[in-house]
Write a protein that binds this ligand. Structure first.
Ligand SMILES: NC(=O)c1ccc[n+]([C@@H]2O[C@H](COP(=O)([O-])OP(=O)(O)OC[C@H]3O[C@@H](n4cnc5c(N)ncnc54)[C@H](O)[C@@H]3O)[C@@H](O)[C@H]2O)c1
Length: 311
């Protein structure tokens, strides 16, 4: 952001209860920018330090989003909170009500829809209508993850620390993406299962992964679009991933069912008249089609990476 010319911000502090991590982060920012970046063990220590801050970017485990978020808001600091905003609906409502009470901003960090290729797909369906009217989509990944691998324990393994598995973790990106492309839902039905027990090493103990290892779901959109989303790591044999977004005149196909095209122009659009475009080509057509003003609004300083734009 700095090298692109965005200079309206300064990072002044890093917080991590594992203090060496905060210090390492602070020193890497200081090395890169020359800024004086302080390190703290807790949000309370930072708020009590007297250091002036306007906003905080919360990148903690999920169960702390509402705890740290509300502490910052009550301390007079705007927040940008990583996805999923709250670990439960109740926790999310607590963040919203604290922001309303304090009159401060609580934003959810969501970079995918801000990336240039996702903006391009939105344009292809909803503005240029190259793909016609959106009709249906399929997002499916079937694969296998070794149940005897016993990886190291991580907070994501436990429901009370991380909530759901991929359905909520990376799923937060996909649900936001599909709402961006296809509008709001009318109804959703799903089947979620855990077929395999997957132990993780936590010190001398083995802790079982609490998460789903399979889901299949149908999303009915208010617009009439129908989506089918399925994922598993418990299907043995040859794995596959398929994303197909279908309109009345053509489809986009790709291979990411959580953040498609968000990190680069991956995928292809093929039309019923046999024309096909790479997403990169479609991206050029999108940029040519919009005004300079809109281009500067969507991609300030020429930035096209969703994360930089979100920040
Ligand atoms: N937007 C994206 O693409 C994206 C990608 C990865 C992770 N995330 C999100 O970022 C967040 C962090 O995920 P991660 O994979 O980096 O986790 P992580 O475990 O690598 O990092 C979490 C950090 O929080 C620290 N921490 C724990 N308790 C704390 C406390 N009470 N006070 C201060 N610090 C504390 C930990 O020491 C650790 O350094 C999650 O919400 C995750 O969903 C978003």
């Amino acid at each position: 952001m700095l090298s692109a010319g965005e200079t309206r911000f300064r990072i002044v502090a890093a917080v991590d209860y594992a203090l060496p991590r905060a210090e390492a982060f602070a020193s890497s920012i200081a090395k890169e920018t020359g800024w004086d970046v302080k390190s703290y063990r807790s949000v309370t220590d930072l708020l009590n330090s007297g250091q002036k801050i306007h906003g905080a970017d919360i990148c903690s485990p999920h169960e702390l989003h509402h705890v740290l978020g509300c502490e910052f808001l009550d301390g007079g600091v705007h927040i940008l909170c990583e996805k999923p905003i709250g670990i439960t609906v109740k926790a999310t409502r607590k963040i919203i009500s604290t922001a309303r009470k304090t009159g401060l901003i609580a934003a959810n960090a969501e970079q995918c829809r801000r990336s240039i290729a996702q903006r391009t797909i939105h344009w292809a369906f909803n503005r240029s209508h190259i793909l016609g009217e959106p009709r249906l989509w399929l997002a499916a990944r079937y694969g296998w993850q070794d149940r005897n691998a016993t990886p190291e324990w991580h907070w994501r393994v436990e429901r009370k620390l991380g909530a759901c598995g991929m359905a909520m973790d990376s799923g937060a990106h996909w649900v936001d993406t599909m709402r961006y492309w296809f509008g709001d839902f009318d109804s959703v039905y799903a089947r979620v299962e855990q077929f395999e027990k997957r132990p993780h090493r936590k010190g001398k103990r083995l802790v079982l992964d609490s998460h789903e290892d399979f889901w299949t779901s149908v999303f009915n959109f208010k617009s009439g679009v129908i989506g089918t989303w399925s994922w598993t790591i418990s299907a043995s044999g040859r794995s596959f991933t398929q994303l197909s977004l279908t309109g009345t005149r053509g489809s986009v196909t790709s291979d990411d069912i959580f953040h498609p095209a968000a990190s680069g122009p991956r995928g292809e659009a093929s039309l019923v008249d046999s024309t096909s475009y790479s997403i990169g080509k479609l991206q050029e057509m999108f940029l040519d089609d919009i005004s300079d003003r809109e281009r500067n609004r969507l991609f300030p300083h020429g930035l096209t990476d969703g994360m930089a734009i979100e920040l």
